[in-house]
Design a protein around this ligand. Structure first.
Ligand code: IPE
Ligand code: IPE
Ligand code: MG
Length: 239
């Protein structure tokens, strides 16, 4: 079966449904976040074993700051712990980890943990793992445009010379191929400000399974669905 699968090079995941999953078990939302964080490692391992080269997960959006302070604090604490633990698992799995999103909006402690993790794993060439943290697609495009505008102001770039490639390279995902497959868990059919530029030709897979139950087997089902897709990129279908 494995041989018949078409393996996407880059998979992006909106990990959703932690709160609902916990609620369904009569537990507080944070219990769902703790369980959800554990699944990240499971899915990284499964992705690597399947031959997926790039995995990007949406961990905290620019909009998630609007949640109750208790929940935001708990999530940041969990993410901080995750960054530290990830240092060990990345080494074990040869994983190169990057954080995308506006890091300047994170606490100094979190920024330090991220810098340490990115520096320690930068030469690993197994799974390329991107964590979207304080990430919003619109905010990412805004920051990229501001960077290009500064060059125009300095006189080193002409507005009419701006290409799509230059915009792509000004994004946080510079050097990372666009996702081939985007998965969203827990039955929500929207992209919630995730990778707006990069998802232009990505195949989407939505599942009812909540993130704390999304394991290697579920990833495999998503890749099976992807295998059956007929990708076009605007071309006509081959006869
Ligand atoms: C996803 O689960 C995790 C984050 C957005 C941080 P949710 O917390 O959104 O869980 P639901 O969607 O409310 O069930
Ligand atoms: C998207 O999930 C953000 C993350 C998974 C980090 P949300 O649960 O925050 O999105 P909405 O509010 O349902 O669109
Ligand atoms: Mg949600």
């Amino acid at each position: 079966m494995e041989g018949q699968l078409k393996i996407p090079r880059h998979v992006a995941i909106i990990m959703d449904g932690n709160g609902r999953w916990a609620k369904s078990k009569g537990m507080p939302r944070n219990y769902g976040h703790v369980q959800g964080a554990k699944m990240v490692e499971v899915v990284c391992q499964a992705a690597y074993d399947m031959g997926i080269e790039y995995l990007t997960v949406y961990a905290f959006s620019t909009e998630n700051w609007n949640r109750p302070k208790d929940e935001v604090d708990a999530l940041m604490k969990l993410l901080g712990t995750y960054m530290s633990n990830c240092l060990k698992t990345a080494k074990k799995n040869n994983m190169c980890v990057k954080v995308i999103g506006d890091k300047t909006g994170l606490s100094e402690d979190m920024q330090r943990r991220i810098a340490q993790l990115e520096e320690a794993t930068k030469d690993y060439d197994g799974l390329h793992f991107q964590v979207a943290l304080n990430y919003g697609g619109r905010d990412e495009i805004r920051r990229a445009v501001a960077g290009l505008a500064r060059r125009v102001e300095e006189g080193t770039l002409k507005a009419d010379d701006i290409t799509e490639e230059m915009i792509g390279n000004a994004l946080d995902t510079e050097g990372i191929p666009d996702p081939d497959l985007m998965i969203r868990t827990c039955n929500e059919l929207r992209i919630s400000n995730f990778l707006l530029w990069q998802l232009a030709y990505t195949e989407f897979y939505f599942t009812e399974v909540p993130w704390p139950e999304f394991d290697g087997e579920e990833l495999r089902k998503a890749v099976e669905a992807y295998t059956k897709r007929d990708r076009r990129f605007g071309l006509v279908k081959e006869p």
